[in-house]
Design a protein around this ligand. Structure first.
Ligand code: M6R
Length: 614
């Protein structure tokens, strides 16, 4: 949450920073601001709202300067307004800071500094940190770097920061703990950002800062990295695989629609080099050294949040059904605080698109301390969760920019399917012929996903038009498709702000059925061959109460046609892979409903793509 971008070099900083902030806007869009070193001045320009508001605000102003930093905010401390927007000045206004994360002990620090005469203008924890740095510098009569190190060792919580000093325009400082920060190394120019997306068009060479490291970045003398104990570190420069076109809408109206349409490709990419159906093998290089841990695991614990948690629920069915390993799927935020029982024979799988979700990261750190093996399933290469895991597999879905997760979910389920089949085969819980049947079908999934998109898009547009004014929705599914029902409901809530709930279809009669009347759309995922008759009974129960049934089926029979207001047909597949197909119509439905309602599909209110606060 919150996006950081900074530049120091010989080019004009402002256009680079603004473009970078637009790329990072998925991280938060409550307010935006920029600090520019302009001659002897360190000037701040900031305003409530999106980066486009900041651009309007800068119109006609002097924005010259070859070093600067910008921020896009997802509010934690203090409402979104101009004053709480970053950057923040120190007491003397000689220093300015941008920050992503939360300084947990800010209240005590603030109280002490108020007693010493500091005046704070905002409600933010960030302003407290920049005052603290200056306070230490002046009181202890030490240099800025030393004061920064000392301040960082006094604060608790999480931070990624960039610091500028009016009197030293050729140096910028960056630091991280718990929140991501990457440094772009160009030709006599440097970039600092929350992720590589603002950097990729200028340089492919990046250094990911580790926790409790600071970077001292100079205009003319390169950069150095230290830890907060003041020990020098050797920077590890990596080459980015990211391509610029991955960050653009490519002719689609929204990133979400582009990402839905990318799924045949992104699913294929997540299997590339790992699945060879012709030769009959699955290879998961990233977990090779730890596969015995998985094969012999007494229990798998999956930790995740949001959509990734739904992928985890699909994995519970996969691993239990195919590999016969008991699985627990945990909300990372609950797991980390309830003193969970963890054994050394447990394997913890952390699922996260961003690889930065604070609760998931904390959950694996806890499990690691207790001796469990940690496997990360993440999309963003080089992010914190893979770096804190023993092993893992990237999902290779490519950058997901729409806040509502779509292609990341299907890529996660694909990788988890590969893993479950691989482990099941090694454990002997599926026969050779079942193994070959499954991998042959998995190989066909990208084509089937394409068929779903091509064949249902127009129909779903019409359905969305007819349902868009409903105030509530119910989503029902059974077995492998129960998590899909949850995911469908989450997608609709997030981007259309319509209240929606997902339930196991059979659970409906234990309460939610009371909600059903002629105004209630009930989306039923009815593709499971094994429980088909039972799902038909559930649909009967909804129809008997005049609910508006939207059924996702493999082939519409007469019974379904009579009961449902809309029937969406999708291709058949092996049941373990049905979530990969059945989720697609639900993504499209929520997308078109949100579009018809005029909502901001890619940046829904109050949300951020990367949730780096707990
Ligand atoms: O980056 P992560 O996968 O760890 O993010 C977890 C959730 O914040 C995320 O899935 C969220 O629920 C999405 N907005 C869902 O569309």
């Amino acid at each position: 949450m919150c996006g950081i971008v900074a530049y120091i070099g010989s080019k004009e900083a402002c256009p680079i920073i603004i473009k970078g902030l637009q790329r990072l806007e998925y991280r938060g869009y409550d307010s935006a601001g920029i600090a520019l070193q302009q001659g002897k001045e360190l000037n701040i320009y900031k305003t409530k709202g999106k980066v486009s508001n900041l651009q309007d605000f800068l119109e006609g102003k002097n924005i010259e300067g070859t070093s600067g930093m910008g921020h896009t905010r997802w509010a934690t401390h203090g409402v979104p307004n101009d004053v709480n927007a970053h950057p923040h000045y120190s007491e003397s206004k000689d220093l300015a800071l941008i920050h992503n994360g939360i300084i947990e002990n800010y209240a005590i620090l603030k109280e002490e500094m108020v007693k010493r005469g500091h005046t704070f203008v905002s409600d933010t924890d960030t302003e407290v940190l920049i005052h603290l740095i200056e306070d230490i510098q002046l009181n202890e009569k030490i240099g800025l770097e030393e004061a920064l190190l000392q301040a960082l060792s006094e604060v608790t919580g999480a931070y990624a920061i960039v610091l500028m000093c009016k009197n030293n325009p050729d140096i910028m400082y960056a630091a991280r703990k718990g929140s991501p920060l990457v440094i772009g190394v160009g030709e006599n120019e440097y970039f600092m950002a929350s992720d590589a997306t603002p950097i990729v068009e200028y340089t492919k060479n990046v250094v990911y800062l580790n926790d409790e490291e600071i970077a001292i970045v100079t205009r003319n003398n390169g950069f150095t990295i230290k830890n907060i104990q003041n020990q020098l570190k050797t920077p590890y420069i990596q080459e980015l695989e990211l391509k610029l076109e991955m960050l653009e809408k490519g002719g689609y109206d929204h990133f979400m629609l582009k990402e839905i349409h990318e799924q045949p490709r992104s699913i294929k990419d997540s299997m590339r080099g790992r699945l060879n159906a012709m030769e009959g093998y699955i290879r998961l290089g990233g977990i090779k050294e730890y596969d015995q841990k998985l094969i012999n695991a007494n229990r798998i614990i999956i930790v995740a949040c949001g959509t990734s948690w739904h992928a985890g629920l699909v994995a519970e069915y996969l691993f239990e059904d195919l590999a016969r390993i008991p699985v627990e799927v945990e909300y990372a935020s609950e797991f980390r605080y309830r003193n969970p029982v963890i054994h050394e024979t447990d394997v913890v799988i952390a699922i996260s698109q961003s690889g930065e979700t604070a609760d998931t990261l904390a959950a694996i750190q806890l499990a690691k301390q207790k001796g469990a093996t940690i496997i990360g399933i993440c999309n963003v290469v080089g992010s914190s969760i893979p770096r804190s895991s023993h092993a893992g597999s990237y999902t290779h879905a490519g950058p997901e920019i729409g806040v509502a997760s779509t292609k990341a979910f299907t890529a996660q389920v694909t990788v988890l399917s590969l893993m479950a089949i691989y482990i099941a085969h090694k454990r002997g819980t599926i026969s050779d012929s079942r193994y070959h049947q499954l991998i042959t079908e998995l190989d066909c999934i990208p084509d089937k996903v394409k068929q779903v998109i091509d064949n249902t898009n127009e129909q779903i547009k019409n359905i969305a038009q007819s349902l868009k004014d409903a105030p509530n929705f119910l989503y029902l599914g059974r077995g492998y498709n129960f998590p899909v029902a949850l995911e469908g409901a989450l997608k609709l809530k997030e981007i259309s702000y319509i209240h929606a709930e997902g339930y196991p279809a059979a659970e409906m009669k234990h309460g939610p059925i009371a909600l059903i009347d002629e105004k209630m759309p009930v989306v039923v995922v009815a593709t499971n061959q094994s429980a088909y008759e039972k799902i038909i009974s559930n649909i009967q129960e909804v129809a008997a109460r005049k609910g508006r049934v939207i059924a996702i089926v493999n082939k519409a029979d007469n019974t379904i046609k009579e009961l449902a207001e809309h029937v969406i047909e999708i291709p058949e597949t092996e049941e373990p892979f049905s979530p990969l197909l059945s989720v697609i119509p639900l993504q499209l439905l929520s997308y078109y409903i949100a579009v018809y309602l005029g909502k901001n599909v890619d940046q829904p209110r109050n949300l951020a793509k990367s949730v780096t606060v707990e």
